[in-house]
Design a protein around this ligand. Sequence first.
Ligand SMILES: Cc1cc2nc3c(=O)[nH]c(=O)nc-3n(C[C@H](O)[C@H](O)[C@H](O)COP(=O)(O)OP(=O)(O)OC[C@H]3O[C@@H](n4cnc5c(N)ncnc54)[C@H](O)[C@@H]3O)c2cc1C
Length: 421
Amino acid sequence: MVDADQTFVIVGGGLAGAKAAETLRAEGFTGRVILICDERDHPYERPPLSKGYLLGKEERDSVFVHEPAWYARHDIELHLGQTVAAIDRAARTVRFGEDGTVVRYDKLLLATGAEPRRLDVPGTDLAGVHHLRRLTHAERLRGVLSALGRDNGHLVIAGAGWIGLEVAAAAREYGAEVTVVEPEPTPLHGVLGPELGELFTELHREHGVRFHFGARLTEIIGQDGAVLAARTDDGEEHPAHSVLAAIGAAPRTALAEAAGLEMADRAHGGGIAVDERLRTSDPDIHAAGDVASFPHPLFGTRLRVEHWANALNGGPAAARAMLGRDVVYDRVPYFFSDQYDLGMEYSGWAPPGAYDEVVIRGDAGRREFIAFWVRQGRVLAGMNVNVWDVTDTVQRLIRTRAQVDTEALADPHVPLGSLVP
Ligand SMILES: Cc1cc2nc3c(=O)[nH]c(=O)nc-3n(C[C@H](O)[C@H](O)[C@H](O)COP(=O)(O)OP(=O)(O)OC[C@H]3O[C@@H](n4cnc5c(N)ncnc54)[C@H](O)[C@@H]3O)c2cc1C
């Protein structure tokens, strides 16, 4: 039974927003919970959009966070297909863009996520140029990949990040020809550094993907509205029937910025600046998920984490903070990826420049190993590749910040758990 004394409004119906709504009820909140999302689909998880769902191996129903009836059962007032266009902080209201509805809040959560960056080159508005963020994008891309596979068509992917690589793997499974264009010398350069990036180059090359490193797309050449080729800044022309722009995502901060909330420095990934309780510069407004930049006590810096686990855990943490519970959000960042028969999980944070050594435990040649990014004998991050059930231990190694013997770390005969103090 809802008592309407308190109204908590959540803007953004992704994983962070849906999990926050679930937590409010699980924690016994009896006020109104209003969840507003500009997408028409019920809240869903995005990882399958570049993996099983894109490949046609997972059912549409499997991607949703809750079944549709769950929302009414838990008295969550769901407004789908509605954009929140403005926040009036003085009046504590939000206004819908479509019909001007105004809703009052006591506490507000911004879980507005991120959106794909657009290629700023001639030809980017041709019909054969795609992005991947939403279910509708995945459904369209699925049709495109299947047609490319059938007709020996070419897909050019701009960006060798996680989404670019996962779509490259899916496209190869459909039988399409794939070229990946990437300005850095290796895939995933900003996350894994060059040492481990090379692993992904080899994996994809073995499956027939062509890489064009050290180059940027400068033009998509079309004819009669269709894509014909993609040109890079070194003058090369790559045959293309479709192009996927996978050049990263930008946090959806416009609403928060217009409301005068403090933003994080772009050098730290931008986003809405929150404290360790996920509270913005306005104590009645919290932010979580891809859009939030929080100070991470372990790494001594602000982080904006664009990964599933951060939405899964950050939404609930924000909900508890909104209820006045004691919250310190200090999860070790975590993500996973599947490409062909390679599955991996990564915990921690160690961009190039942050670590001084990569230690490999296991058989990198067979792609069954754990890589550790180490600085001055302390583990900053770990990635297990086709090795399972080690994430807890890897995260404990990171969390304890203990000095480890790197020879023991590299030796699979020394139990990993024995290195945790
Ligand atoms: C294709 C793909 C594959 C991925 N694979 C992985 C993976 O393998 N592993 C991993 O760890 N992570 C993965 N991720 C990342 C992960 O999905 C995101 O980190 C996660 O979706 C973030 O959730 P969120 O709730 O913060 O934001 P989102 O999921 O972006 O949800 C935000 C929602 O808010 C809506 N919204 C925004 N502004 C407004 C407004 N003003 N009014 C109303 N609604 C609004 C948006 O339209 C959106 O529906 C993947 C992402 C994509 C796109």
